[in-house]
Design a protein around this ligand. Sequence first.
Ligand code: UT7
Length: 337
Amino acid sequence: MTSEATIKATASRIGGTGHYVPEKVVTNTDLSAMVDTSDQWIRERTGIVERRIAGEGESTSDMAAEAARRALDHAGLDPQEVDLVLVATVTPDRPLPSTAIFVHRALGLRHDCAAFDLAAACAGFIYGISIGNQYICNGAARNVLVIGVELLSRVMDWSDRNTCVLFGDGAGAVVLSPSTEPHHGALLSTHLFADGTLADSLTIRAGGSQQPTNYETVQNALHFVHMDGREIFKFAVRALASASSAAIEANGVSADEVDWVVPHQANLRILDGVSKRCGVPIERFFINIDKYGNTSSASVPIALDEAVRAGLVKSGQLVLMCALGGGIAWGSAMLRW
Ligand code: UT7
């Protein structure tokens, strides 16, 4: 990152998108052979049909670096032009160093390109673009790679039907750069929220400093994701709708003017509820939960990349992104594409 003040941008824009998902597909029917579930229950309660699971040798940073390469290629940028790498993840390669450092190494980035991780669970990508935008607008960076990546299959209890049917692995990335033509590409707003009172509703209890790994924690399966799905569900509908409405109001537009909502893909029924509350028809929600399940911080950038590359999102359109997850942390971002 440059230490000299560069020309400050009034806004940033997404100049390129990319994603990577592992090859291995695991269907609902595959899971019904492992736990007491059914294709019908999973489809009807969540909208998920299949998910991708990383191969044995594949790491979080491998997936992140591949998504980043695709985003840089899409933006027409050389890796040497990147000033900052932000990796949003709760499934890092290791506790130390950051996953961003492994991505930095894989892409061969400059020594004055800073790299760090941020943990905001499923809201991590929205938090990431908010941070990246600040660096660009204060002139400290020109090109920021923001990556959302999760390898959740390594922290799933594959005997727990309450969680293992929901999640999948993958990575999504964007390149943020200064906006030159705000009517054709600008991040218009970000709204970030958190409520620590529900910290235990979606958590991995052991393996950190509070409860270090020992024989007992392993025996009690405390290194796996634990979720109170019902509690989060109720909260998610209200919170995602109000974060989306906050973005709509802050930009002085109506729900009718939003061309696309690119939401976190946790549950189709949550998205139905959000659509009804914030007034944007569900047909304008880009949904790919059927293919990937819940990929946490990767879900919004994977969906955005798919929507952009399918030609659905057109220059000048208004795009609203929103996400919520463990913390509880949630947020929204409005873009002019
Ligand atoms: O991305 C981070 C944020 N996470 C979320 O947003 C997830 C929010 N929560 C949800 O999406 C939903 O709450 C779930 C999909 C996790 C669960 O759906 P639900 O409609 O809330 O189901 P439930 O937990 O109320 O359980 C209903 C029944 C229970 O059986 P009983 O007690 O009625 O006999 C569960 O034991 O469904 C049972 N059940 C299952 N049955 C078949 C739970 N999981 C399964 C399963 N297969 N996989």
